[in-house]
Write a protein that binds this ligand. Sequence first.
Ligand code: UT7
Length: 328
Amino acid sequence: MRACVAGWGTAVPERRLTNAELEARVDTTDEWIVERTGIRERRIAGPSETTATLAVEAATAAIKHAGITPDEIDLLIIATATPEQPIPHTGAFVGEALGLRCGSFDLAAGCAGFVYMLVTGSSLLATGDLRNVLVIGSETLSRIIDPADRATCILFGDGAAAAVLSPSGDDGRGLLAWDLGCDGSATGLLEIRAGGSRLPASPQTIANGEQYLKMSGQEVFRRAVRAVVDSAVTTLDRAGVASSEVAWFVPHQANVRIIDSAANRLGIPRERTIVNLERYGNTSAASIPLALAEAAEDGRLRADDLVLLSGFGAGMTWGSALLRWGTP
Ligand code: UT7
């Protein structure tokens, strides 16, 4: 038995933050942002929108799309770097709003979160003999970005995407192979220093701006390309699949130059690579499922297509998964 994506749904805030607005706020230009990142706008959560409310909206659509009811969900996992609160976990808020009483937990693996969740969810689906597992990548990164930091405020956006994982039939569809990794020697490259046990939040940490995300962009860039390529190759090798057989490459949407460089090294052309970051920026754990759901929704993904997902993020984590697309 393998896990298939039986339904999907997305939720993005209405408010768009354009490059032109950022030009007015920090020392940057639309030209620089587009050329260096590929991003033109991102969505920003309104005052009443949170990681949980976006997750609930995406999940409600995914449950409907899968043609099931919430009581048929036996496990809920949420990947996020921007939880609803430190305690309790975001899954508690989302489960309550959806009327669930099944187990739930949050998964922290940065922008590789969706791939980690796919692997974890499908394993528990099989070993726990579960009917359906609901996995959601949801982020409100605008709440942890320093609005005055031009290195990060141009990159990140808010959004959520959900998938219902259900057992496959005998059609060979579902999760075929995967690779997960983390190089903890790189924790300082992408981090929020304060607010945890190492450096609890205090007036001093706030004065230092240590509640905000800090990033060494160039070094993350360099490692990201290597991590995505190595992990994708490992995954394809495990499945015995050549990159020429991959119908769609769905990479983490961080920077179009990272995507192009990785796709190029993998030998996958742009026409078979899903890119939507020009409209959403980097939405961390929501980025891969948002791109996947859009491609599924507009009919680019066809039944039995081989779909390769690959992400990298804070940690540094990475993860790739190969799916044979199609509902059970
Ligand atoms: O999900 C994982 C999260 N993070 C990432 O994936 C980020 C990976 N890194 C990147 O995407 C890129 O490194 C950035 C987009 C962050 C930066 O692009 P870059 O080509 O690596 O630029 P750079 O850091 O080498 O900076 C080049 C120049 C610098 O000026 P000088 O030193 O050459 O005078 C920067 O100060 O561009 C300057 N710069 C900017 N200029 C205009 C940096 N940020 C900006 C900006 N607008 N927003």
